[in-house]
Design a protein around this ligand. Structure first.
Ligand SMILES: [Zn+2]
Length: 326
């Protein structure tokens, strides 16, 4: 194998590994659950998974040039130290990159799981035809990344766009950020499940009752999507509401930065196609720039699927090695 790079992408329960050479073609892609534990235990899981993926791709430590890591947490881009993450407090204060860099003797970079997939989209996805776009990472939370003039935007203080914590409805559901009614808490995995649970608890006629075995506490977001796919009117109304809230958010994104595209990535993105028409219609209704034809924007689903994170992590470390950023 020629010189290669590895991307590591941590989700809430799984970690993905991808191996590529200079081009955005994965020679190997794997996905497995990981166990939360001490920093040393996380390092061991990274090294084990990385060595397996590298060997499966036909590569070796001799051909490995750099490693990129995507995490659901705020990371110091210089030191790799985890600052904060709602599910990653067990790693707070520990560097994710230094022990891995010492082990392999090569550069390692890490960044948050909203900016890293934006690098992936810019390299291998929508960025091939579009130079100004926003990425919305939609799953257990709603993160964002921006590309302007073909460049991924990196904000000061290791931060990133936080569209997900803006408010687009009168609902007063508490959000994990401490505010109330954030779009993040309304439209993500837990929020969609909560809409479904409330429907069952209030006695609405819905197949969700059957899908959750009569226990509203066990309703998941995917059950709501499955019920809607089966023609359930209650589940369809929930998803219509989600689409309206997402459409209002997208209108705000257009008002803020006038992207040509808004791309959904993340765990719920693959379920977004049924919502796209309503999201686009709501965005258009809510944005005078679009109404007057002064700018144009379309909301689309990523074509990279689960792979945007590992591709972005690979691209991020390639760019570090080229000294073009970071
Ligand atoms: Zn919030």
């Amino acid at each position: 194998m020629n010189p290669c790079f590895v991307g590591v992408d941590f989700g809430k329960t799984n970690v993905r590994f991808g191996v590529a050479e200079d081009e955005p073609v994965l020679a190997c892609y794997t996905k497995q659950p990981y166990t939360r534990g001490t920093p040393a235990e996380i390092m061991r899981q990274i090294i084990d998974g990385l060595d397996r993926a590298l060997s499966k791709a036909g590569g070796s430590r001799n051909t490995l040039r750099g490693i990129g890591i995507s995490v659901p947490a705020v990371v110091d881009r210089e030191t790799g130290v985890i600052a904060w993450g709602p599910d990653w407090d067990f790693m707070a204060g520990a560097s994710l990159t230094q022990p891995i860099a010492e082990h392999y003797g090569i550069p390692v970079v890490a960044d948050v799981d909203t900016v890293i997939p934006t690098w992936g989209e810019n390299w291998a996805g929508i960025g091939r035809t579009c130079k100004r776009f926003a990425v919305l990472a939609w799953g257990t939370g709603l993160g964002a990344g921006l590309v302007i003039d073909g460049e991924v935007q990196e904000y000061p203080n290791n931060l990133f766009p936080e569209f997900g914590h803006s408010r687009v409805s009168d609902d007063d559901w508490p959000c994990k950020c401490g505010a109330i009614g954030c779009v993040d808490t309304m439209v993500c995995g837990g929020g969609i499940a909560k809409h479904g649970r409330l429907a069952v608890e209030t006695g609405e006629q819905t197949v969700l009752r059957e899908l959750c075995g009569g226990d509203p506490e066990t309703v998941t977001s995917h059950m709501v999507f499955d019920a809607a796919d089966r023609g359930d009117a209650v589940a369809q109304a929930i998803l219509d509401r989600i689409a309206v809230l997402l459409g209002r958010l997208c209108a705000n994104v257009v008002l803020t930065m006038q992207p040509e595209k808004i791309v959904f990535v993340g765990g719920l993105a693959k379920r977004s196609p049924r919502l796209l028409a309503k999201i686009n219609a709501t965005m258009n209704e809510g944005c005078w720039l679009l109404q007057k034809g002064l700018t144009g924007c379309e909301v689309v689903c990523s074509e990279l699927g689960d792979r945007a994170g590992v591709l972005g992590a690979i691209r991020r470390v390639q760019m570090k090695l080229e000294n073009r950023s970071g």
